[in-house]
Write a protein that binds this ligand. Structure first.
Ligand SMILES: *Cc1c(COP(=O)(O)O)cnc(C)c1O
Length: 392
């Protein structure tokens, strides 16, 4: 019998005088050290290096550094999802007895965290309308530790009074955390406008291809940053190296994708507004948007890639619409390179009563479009066909 080669002993990585141009994927969970002294040096911060992937790995750090540059941040952290980032902020920054104020139209799972989970852990929460800084002020309590808002709400695309809220938080010594997923650092930069913490669902526009689930969080204060990181590492909110690598690859084209999608969105909004049977169109830069003046002041000409619209005819018309546009993925997400269509009444807002939905203006004929980078003529045609089929 010939000797079986000892396959368990790892084969060394081939030497190369040249370096790869693309970022390598590093899936290793563990890292070997020379000695206990060498490990001490690493744990005590005297030597750089990785020890165990839950504590950090190169693919996460490369990606975080890229988003840091876009956000004007330092020491950002990647997490396994956008919700892991939101959770890391709330549990890392708050303790039992604290109070948190959230925007009343936050992302659905963020709302759920504030309504159901934080109170269970002894952290009180309130929701208030972020388009009205006085309503936010009225919700503050002496023990309020943090305010969490999104700049542009889902799916009604209301624009928060970010200047008023930042002033309020500064005056009252409350941390301001901004979920910048919808606006992206290309549309608005929270740190340049008084935020203490920036959060992203990288799953969406930044990664951009609907194939990686990731989050990002950065805090301005180094102590707060360390507290959030420690919480995330302890709770295991770690991202996968492969997802980080995919998102890094996606991020290289983010500015091109975003600019094109945004230009398409502005044109598609105007096109849809002119189609028969359309009751209303929501796009922040359109003059008929309820927050048009604030949007122009805050976002300039960066209206983003999201458009919402409403048709008459209830659920039957909504079914006809999505069926008449099979090329446009009917899927409850946003930020993909291609245009996607979602129907909040049957997805993100299905947990609300019809009355609560009506109060937000979300009827059975309400759709949200995440506009992609397709040829605008193609999009015009698809939506004209789909809306005509729905309202006939
Ligand atoms: C999708 C989303 C999240 C959650 O992100 P996941 O990556 O799905 O966990 C949080 N905030 C906003 C605004 C989102 O759109």
């Amino acid at each position: 019998m010939p000797d079986t080669p000892n396959l368990v002993r790892r084969t060394p990585w081939p030497e190369s005088a040249s370096r790869p141009v693309g970022t390598p994927i590093q899936p290793s969970v563990v890292y070997a050290s020379d000695s206990p002294d060498a490990l001490d040096a690493q744990y005590e911060g005297r030597a750089e290096g990785y020890t165990y992937a839950r504590e950090g790995h190169p693919n996460a750090d490369v990606l975080a550094a890229m988003i840091d540059r876009m956000e004007g941040a330092e020491g950002g952290l990647m997490t396994g999802s956008g919700m892991a980032a939101v959770t890391a902020v709330l549990l890392g920054a708050c303790r039992a007895g604290d109070h948190v104020v959230g925007g009343d139209q936050l992302y659905g799972r963020s709302l759920r965290l504030l309504r159901d989970d934080l109170p269970r852990l002894g952290i009180a929460t309130s929701l208030a309308d972020p388009t009205d800084a006085e309503a936010m002020a009225a919700a503050l309590r002496p023990e309020t530790r943090l305010v969490l808002v999104e700049v542009v709400s889902n799916p009604t695309l209301r624009v928060a009074d970010m200047e008023g809220i930042a002033r309020l938080c500064r005056d009252r010594g409350v941390l301001l955390a901004v979920d910048n997923t919808f606006t992206t650092p290309r549309g608005w930069q929270p740190f340049a406008h008084g935020a203490d913490i920036v959060i992203h669902s990288v799953t969406k526009l930044l990664a951009g291809h609907s194939d990686a689930t990731l989050g990002y969080v950065a805090a301005r204060d180094p102590d707060l940053r360390a507290a959030i990181r420690t919480l995330a590492v302890t709770m295991g909110f770690t991202p996968s190296p492969f997802d980080c690598w995919l998102a890094e690859r996606g991020l290289y084209s983010f500015p091109l994708r975003y600019d094109r999608a945004e230009e398409n969105a502005a044109r598609l909004a105007d096109h849809i507004a002119g189609l028969p049977g359309v009751a209303r169109v929501l796009y922040p830069l359109r003059p008929d948007h309820p927050d048009h003046n604030r949007a122009a002041g805050l976002l300039g000409d960066r209206g983003g890639n999201m458009v919402s619209f409403e048709i008459a005819g209830g659920r039957a018309a909504a079914n006809r619409l999505s069926r008449a546009a099979p090329q446009i993925a009917f899927a409850p997400t946003l930020g993909d390179i291609g245009t996607t269509l979602s129907h909040p009444a049957s997805s993100s807002h299905r947990g609300l009563t019809p009355e609560a939905r009506a109060a937000l203006g979300i009827t059975e004929g309400f759709f949200r479009v995440s506009v992609g980078v397709e040829d605008i003529e193609l999009l015009r045609r698809d939506f004209a066909t789909a809306i005509a089929a729905a309202v006939d």
